[in-house]
Design a protein around this ligand. Sequence first.
Ligand code: FAD
Length: 473
Amino acid sequence: PIALVWFRNDLRLADNPALRAALDGGYTPLPLYIHAPEEEFPWAPGAASLAWRHQSLAALDADLRQRGTHLRLFHGPSLAILQAVVAASGAEAVFWNRRYEPAIEQRDTGIKQALRAQGLRVESFNGSLMFEPWAVQTKQGGPFKVFTPFWRAASAQWRNEPLWEAPAALAEADTGPAGVPLAALGLLPTPRWDMPFWSDWTPGEAGAHAALEVFIDGALHGYADSRDRPDQVGTSRLSPHLHFGEIAPWRLAAAIQSARSAASAAGVDAWLRELGWREFAHHLLHHFPQSAQHNFNPAFDRFAWANLREETLERWRTGRTGVPIVDAGLRELLATGWMHNRVRMIVGSYLTKHMRAHWLEGARWFWDTLVDADLANNTLGWQWVAGTGADAAPYFRVFNPVTQATRFDPDARYITRWVPELAKLPTALRFAPWTDPAVAARLAPDYPAHPLVDLASGRDAALGAYRTLRASR
Ligand code: FAD
């Protein structure tokens, strides 16, 4: 008998519960992928994410072909495609690994009901999280809103199961529709601005395993300290691999744990905690699906967000604000599809506090430009930075980008790498060129002379708006 194995954000063979269930059930798997961006409304995947997906699907297909089968590609709607493939192939079962975005959870529930009503065996599995978002509860039986108690409860249920290696061979289901070629899905941008990305990244399962090894051999040991340093390779850069499910988080956790030594213990614990934040983000999005669109803390619905002109926002997006660390981060994002976490916080704080733009402006830009764009993590990150979230930095804690830069990029190496117009300035001036206008005009003539929003007055205005909000309660 044939079972459809519907690949989604689980673009791997090892530790793939849906594929495994098909094989354990004695089925011949028919692997397929359906492109249906409109079903993810209002968060249809962004351009950088689609470009990654193209590469990752190509890698998955190559891995399947090496084993004797291949990936069939289709353009949605999902239910109609699944029904058509079932009808044409005579499949008796459909298996997939769950996704947790609100629109997808809803869609999948409907698909499951419809296919079961046709008499098919339909099962979904947890292929991307250490535990289901609903498996961890407070003593009162509700969802957590604060990370620390969540983490205390969650780490006790940490997934720890035997790893499942990719099968060496897979039978081909010689039936059913052929699907379309990968290029026909139209996932790549025109022009190909993504081309430079692929010297930094190798999408796909093999690339994910390689990134894990690089991290264990390198940055993991010092991670507890280096994770805040954008001028170093201090983190794992596993986020896009995790988002697309190219490696299972429980395989990552097991590998990181087994690298534990006296010297690396702090790094191991700090890294597992970050994986815990990813779980927390999925927990929150599942229980509070509206938080991807609305302030978690509804008091901020009355906050005086600024109505910024498009050209002002465009200066932030393209890294021309005149604040070097902010511009460096936004340019790193455009050039590589990724930005260091510390810098994500700095550019987010400048946008939502100094510029007082609504966090959704930033969330939408990140959504379109990040290769690791992930609705749970992005929502949590932006609501945290903006101070509107569940467990958020309080709004009145405004990051000073100059202090942040001198602390975490002390030699201005990260700044200079992405903002080369500043390279002729003495190091101390590269953090805040406006403090010596004469020297800046002479040695960095192509860089904005003033920040888009002055740091002191922007901060005062933000705090003023916050006081007004508090007073109006
Ligand atoms: P590491 O430091 O090596 O961490 C390991 C893994 O833990 C990451 O790959 C990621 O899956 C998870 N993780 C780490 N930090 C966080 C965090 N703060 N919240 C949730 N999970 C975390 N991450 C995304 O994956 N997608 C996003 O769209 C995203 N948007 C963000 C927006 C803002 C404004 C902020 C402040 C953070 C955002 N993050 C997002 C979280 C974090 O910045 C990235 O996960 C991290 O920089 C990825 O790099 P890494 O893999 O080297 O991380």
